[in-house]
Design a binder for this molecule. Structure first.
Ligand SMILES: Cc1cc2nc3c(=O)[nH]c(=O)nc-3n(C[C@H](O)[C@H](O)[C@H](O)COP(=O)(O)O)c2cc1C
Length: 209
């Protein structure tokens, strides 16, 4: 039986500082945001002000969607007990428990353009909107990490979390996004060359340099 204390609004604990301009460095240029976004799994003990989380959610709200169905819904969680539980249902990944906030991304089947259609459009739309949120977090100076939950949609623990957080039957938890002020600089990762992923006019034809 999972018991979770639910708070009606985002809250900031008294034990740690709230992020100010000194702790988070905003990035104004879009291409700098894209370049600087990395998965961050270590966070400083600094709270995220609610207005920053709301800005991130606003970025998600403006995303494109199939037939403008906007099938996404989000739960912003700051309660450490709930975050601990989310860490457990996401395979016990420890860094999730250390996040200062976790955004739960829900894809609402009922809001999908084609109920009964086996396509995953509502999930795809929600993933797009959630990447808006991730990029907004980067622009505001926060570190984030995607955690996909697609494979565990029907697991017992997911069902328990859905019950505890009053998530309706129709809403699938498709991802979590952890958030916090970065406390690590990740090592460079390999990325594919543009020539390996993009072609000109037909598959396999190189783009002109
Ligand atoms: C849909 C999705 C699910 C992911 N799930 C996890 C996860 O469960 N745990 C984790 O540590 N990282 C997860 N990641 C982060 C990836 O490992 C990371 O994006 C990738 O290694 C590239 O590194 P970068 O984000 O720093 O560019 C996920 C990323 C995506 C897009």
């Amino acid at each position: 039986m999972v018991t979770i204390m639910r708070k009606t609004s985002l809250s900031t604990s008294d034990s740690s500082l709230s992020a100010t301009a000194d702790e988070v460095t905003k990035i104004e240029n879009f291409f700098d945001v894209i370049t600087k976004r990395r998965s961050i799994r270590k966070y400083k003990d600094i709270e995220i002000p609610d207005e920053h989380i709301i800005q991130m959610l606003e970025a998600a709200r403006l995303a494109p969607s199939t037939n403008n169905t906007q099938p996404w819904q989000y739960i912003a969680v700051k309660d450490s007990e709930t975050i601990g539980l989310l860490s457990l249902v996401a395979g016990g990944q420890k860094f999730i428990a250390d996040a200062k906030a976790v955004i739960i991304a829900l894809a609402n089947k009922a809001a999908s353009c084609c109920p009964g259609n086996p396509s995953l459009w509502h999930v795809q739309d929600t993933m797009i909107a959630t990447e808006h949120l991730v990029l907004a977090a980067t622009a505001l100076g926060y570190g984030s990490c995607w955690v996909a939950m697609l494979d565990s949609r029907n697991s017992q623990s997911i069902v328990a979390v859905k019950q505890a957080l009053r998530i309706p039957e129709n809403a699938d938890i498709v991802a979590l996004v952890t958030l916090g002020v970065p406390d690590e600089v990740p090592s460079p990762r390999s990325t594919m060359e543009l020539s390996e992923i993009a072609y000109s006019e037909a598959y396999g034809f190189s783009l002109k340099e």
